[in-house]
Write a protein that binds this ligand. Structure first.
Ligand code: PLP
Length: 429
């Protein structure tokens, strides 16, 4: 029996479903990780995989990036938690503020969910309005305000049990890339905020139409609705200043996590001073956490952001080139295979996803038309060839600065062989 299977059998007895987060499970059992370095993840069964999950986007610099690990190790000798202010926290807030155009004031938190939950609370307090507008397929963490028609692991659930109707009654869901629908929703609701992933990355990868984000900005501004960019995926990844910088749009608030700490648990809420100053103790919006600003995560985040800022001219173009080469290579493999497999690939910067549908994917409805069962076969075939992508059609593949030419060749070859297998299986059916 494989070591991963043995571990899963043990895990199932003491952990719900044998995992600590639902997206990690797939049938019959997930592989277990033993270690990771650069673009590679080593399994408990001693297989070395090229990783495109990369901590669901967190590891933009790659696993175990030396400067980040060294910063954390150095801090560890000086203590891991003080729960009093540190100079490190000030340095981090200054860095974020310098890098992110909308970030006048910054509050550090631990996770993306914490960031979005409190950004929404802030928006409600600031506007004295109640409703939250989110987008179909947009994922903002697993808390009650936003677990409505959400993406990621929740994409296959109509709603989560245990979320009170009363708490989701104030959440209005509209289709992405449809400014008229957003305008109608704003008119009809008591909207405190619009919370959006500027690029949807939890329903596969879905890009904004040209001018869509500026339309959203205009509509929210005209109606005194706080615009929250949830940059948990795009922050520090699409550009040093995230999607806000990439698309030249300034939201009122932005939330960060993932790439901010390159694998360490840290996040942030950032934005306009007049809104952010409502956070306690400056204001009357209560948000608190024992581990917020802990020196270990903060040291890792400072090292990450310093590298990203200082080497931005090398890192961002290289990661984007690697991603482009993989996408071009996959497209060539699809052409070689000829008819029979309908695919659409969306990509931007260092992110891509392939959908098994011939139609353009520009919102949740078109993403859901993709054949998720064939995608699952793709996942299995790639894994057999030591390439690890997230195990769902409704996730995104992440390229890091550590992925190299050899990874590109191996990955493209694996996709090509997987397509052949899928075509063979389809012929037999
Ligand atoms: N927002 C977005 C866009 C995400 O992708 C995620 C997680 O995948 C979250 C929020 C929640 O972040 P966390 O899992 O750190 O709570």
């Amino acid at each position: 029996m494989a070591r991963s299977e043995q571990l899963h059998n043990r895990a199932k007895k003491v952990m719900p479903g044998g995992v600590n987060s639902p997206v990690r499970f797939y049938e019959p059992y997930p592989f277990f990780a033993a270690s990771a370095r650069g673009s590679k993840l080593v399994t408990a069964d001693h297989k070395t995989l090229v990783d495109y999950c990369m901590g669901y986007g967190a590891l933009f610099l790659g696993h175990g990036y030396t400067a980040v690990i060294e910063a954390a190790k150095a801090q560890m000798d000086n203590g891991t938690l003080y729960c009093v202010p540190t100079e490190l926290e000030v340095r981090l807030a200054e860095l974020v503020s310098k890098m992110v155009p909308c970030a006048e004031v910054v509050r550090a938190v631990n996770t993306g969910s914490e960031a979005t939950m409190n950004a929404i609370r802030l928006a409600r307090a600031f506007t004295r309005k109640k409703d939250v507008i989110k987008f179909d397929g947009g994922y903002h963490g697993a808390h009650d305000y936003v677990l409505v028609k959400a993406g990621s692991g929740a994409a296959s659930l109509p709603a989560s049990e245990g979320v009170l109707e009363e708490s989701s009654a104030h959440t209005v869901v509209v289709p992405y890339n449809d400014p008229a629908a957003l305008e109608r929703a704003i008119e009809k609701s008591d909207a405190a905020c619009v919370i959006m992933e500027p690029v949807l990355a939890n329903i596969g990868l879905v890009l904004p139409d040209k001018n869509y984000l500026s339309e959203v900005r205009k509509l929210t501004q005209q109606n005194d609705v706080v615009l929250i960019f949830d940059e948990v995926v795009t922050g520090f990844r699409l550009a040093p200043g995230g999607a806000g910088e990439f698309f030249g749009i300034r939201p009122d608030l932005a939330t960060f996590a993932k790439a901010m700490g390159n694998g360490f648990p840290i996040g942030a809420i950032a934005g306009k001073k007049e809104i952010m100053q409502q956070l306690a103790p400056a204001g009357r919006v209560y948000q608190a956490s024992t581990f917020a600003g802990n020196p270990l995560s903060v040291s890792a985040a400072i090292a990450t952001l310093e590298v990203l800022q200082q080497s931005k001219d090398a890192i961002y173009p290289q990661a984007a080139r690697t991603c482009d080469s993989i996408v071009e290579g996959i497209k060539e493999e699809l052409e070689d295979i000829g008819t029979g497999i309908d695919c659409t690939i969306n990509s931007i910067g260092s992110m891509f996803q392939l959908f098994f549908t011939a139609d353009k994917v520009r919102d949740e409805a078109s993403a859901k038309k993709a054949d998720a069962a064939v995608f699952r076969r793709l996942f299995d075939e790639l894994l057999k060839r030591n390439v690890f992508i997230p195990p769902s059609q409704f996730e995104t593949c992440f390229v890091s600065y550590a992925h190299d030419e050899e990874d590109i060749d191996k990955t493209v070859e694996a996709y090509g062989e997987a397509f052949k297998k899928i075509k063979e299986q389809q012929r037999k059916q």
